[in-house]
Design a protein around this ligand. Structure first.
Ligand SMILES: Nc1ncnc2c1ncn2[C@@H]1O[C@H](COP(=O)(O)OP(=O)(O)OP(=O)(O)O)[C@@H](O)[C@H]1O
Ligand SMILES: [Mg+2]
Length: 448
């Protein structure tokens, strides 16, 4: 007599399996989402051993052929172009410009062969309208509006294109997995199918993935390990600057970032990205200071601004744009304690130009200087770049990439560099003034 199969339940949102019906899913937190399913059969057939291949084997042709898009910044971030047979994921917040970037890439590459752009979230008309706006027209760029992964697989095999774009992985659906489109199990299985097609047929596949501001559960994060490369398009939707950077790359370094500008005609490469986040040239206004941060191997110069105005409220206002709010509070507390700055009497607003998100502590010192500049109503030393991490005692600590920042900064016309005392004797630069500062007091002496 065969053993009676026990029942199994699965969460229809994320695909979590459980032997009992649960009220709340422990994986994704959904309520009343469990449905009964047939238990998974465990295979009892004997498995034959596989045959490993020597690393020196001559039977395998080594090729790392890359397809160049000609969009230099895009190619550079990818490590020199799209590797044939690779699968990459391009993530970004809604509306940031993922479809625009990929339609542009599709447009360029369709000049050399068939490109299949599969969309699960827009209509043919919408894509056609975007293509018209971007000035893309090509006989070999094909659009497929489809969400069914099995159908997509068959179409790719039948059409055999040179490049496939799937926009987006969260809208795709497969019968191989449970849950609604966008759920972890669906996103994973759809990615697996796409990976399989790309690896067996040698067709490069680009997946688009949405990331929410909170990094939602079914976000592309859950499939990062399955793909060859993960790239993010970042920026503020209301701003024009976009940062395209690599998070993972099996065929290149993850230290690369490219900067684009969103225009009506699509994303345009910024040729001199180091200066993209600085307002117009000329003397800086009071309350502004320029810092340097590393974006991968690229030193970027970012203008930070502060505005301190006498407060009319019992509790002064603090607003931080483009930087961490708590970090800004910490820097103002350090200034209050170590420099005896009466910031408590001021409302304080800080900002980074161009919507750049300052995440590196290397910008601490420039933020502090911009606040002092606004409070003292004194401009900062002209043509200067200021960087260093601030400690609670007001001391200036070293950060990475100092030498590169100085070299690149000088090339771009900066004359004065205010940097941590740690680098004294380690960095030298002709025709540039290097001010090595050990704390906020020394910094104040130098910059005002
Ligand atoms: N006429 C236009 N001129 C300039 N920029 C435009 C124009 N139309 C759209 N855009 C830009 O394109 C962005 C939308 O781009 P796109 O649809 O490629 O983004 P997405 O990341 O694919 O978004 P979604 O999350 O909706 O898929 C808008 O936020 C806007 O910045
Ligand atoms: Mg889109």
């Amino acid at each position: 007599m065969g053993k009676k199969k026990s029942k199994e339940y699965v969460c229809t949102v994320c695909g979590y399996r459980s032997p009992i019906k649960l009220g709340k899913c422990p994986e994704c937190g959904s309520w009343n989402s469990f449905a009964e399913v047939e238990p998974e059969e465990k295979s009892r057939t004997k498995i034959a051993p596989a045959k490993p291949i020597s690393i020196n084997s001559n039977s395998i042709k080594i090729s790392e052929e890359r397809i160049k898009t000609g969009m230099e910044e895009f190619d550079r971030v990818l490590g020199g172009g799209i590797v044939k047979g690779s699968i990459i994921l391009i993530g970004g917040e809604p509306g940031i410009g993922k479809s625009t970037l990929l339609l542009q890439i599709a447009g360029i590459l369709s000049k050399n062969g068939k490109v299949l752009y599969i969309s699960g979230e827009e209509s043919y008309l919408q894509i056609r309208m975007r293509a018209n706006r971007l000035g893309i027209s090509s006989e070999s760029l094909f659009i497929l509006i489809e969400q069914n992964m099995e159908k997509i697989k068959e179409t790719i095999l039948a059409e055999n294109p040179n490049l496939v774009i799937i926009d987006s992985v969260q809208t795709m659906q497969t019968a191989e997995a449970e849950g609604a489109p966008g759920s972890v199990s669906q996103v994973r299985e759809c990615t697996r199918i796409a990976t399989e097609i790309s690896k067996t047929k040698g067709i490069p596949v680009i997946l688009v993935g949405h990331v929410t501001k909170k990094g939602g559960i079914a976000g592309p994060k859950t499939v990062e390990h399955m793909v060859d490369g993960v790239f993010y398009l970042e920026g503020e939707r209301m701003d024009v600057m976009r940062l395209f950077r690599s998070v993972k790359n099996r065929f290149g370094t993850t230290n690369e970032a490219g900067i684009f500008e969103m225009r009506e005609k699509g994303l345009v490469e910024v040729k001199n990205p180091s200066l993209a986040f600085i307002s117009d040239e000329g003397t800086l206004p009071i309350g502004s200071a320029i810092t340097a941060v590393m974006e991968g191997t690229l030193p970027l110069f970012v203008e930070v601004q502060a505005l301190a105005t006498p407060t009319y409220f019992p509790i002064p206002r603090r607003v931080a744009n483009g930087m961490d709010y708590n970090r800004m509070l910490l820097i103002s507390a350090i200034l209050e304690k170590r420099m005896h700055l009466k910031i408590g009497g001021f409302d304080l607003y800080t900002n980074s130009v161009g919507g750049f998100k300052l995440t590196s502590r290397s910008s601490d010192l420039a933020v502090a200087v911009s606040i002092m500049s606004s409070v003292f109503e004194k401009p900062v030393l002209e043509k200067s770049v200021i960087f260093g991490e601030l400690g609670l005692g007001g001391e200036v600590r070293p950060t990475i990439g100092a030498e590169r920042k100085v070299k690149q900064g000088k090339r771009l016309g900066f004359k004065n560099f205010v940097l941590p005392a740690f680098f004294k004797g380690k960095i030298e630069e002709k025709d540039a003034n290097l001010f090595f500062v050990k704390d906020l007091n020394e910094t104040k002496e130098v910059v005002f």
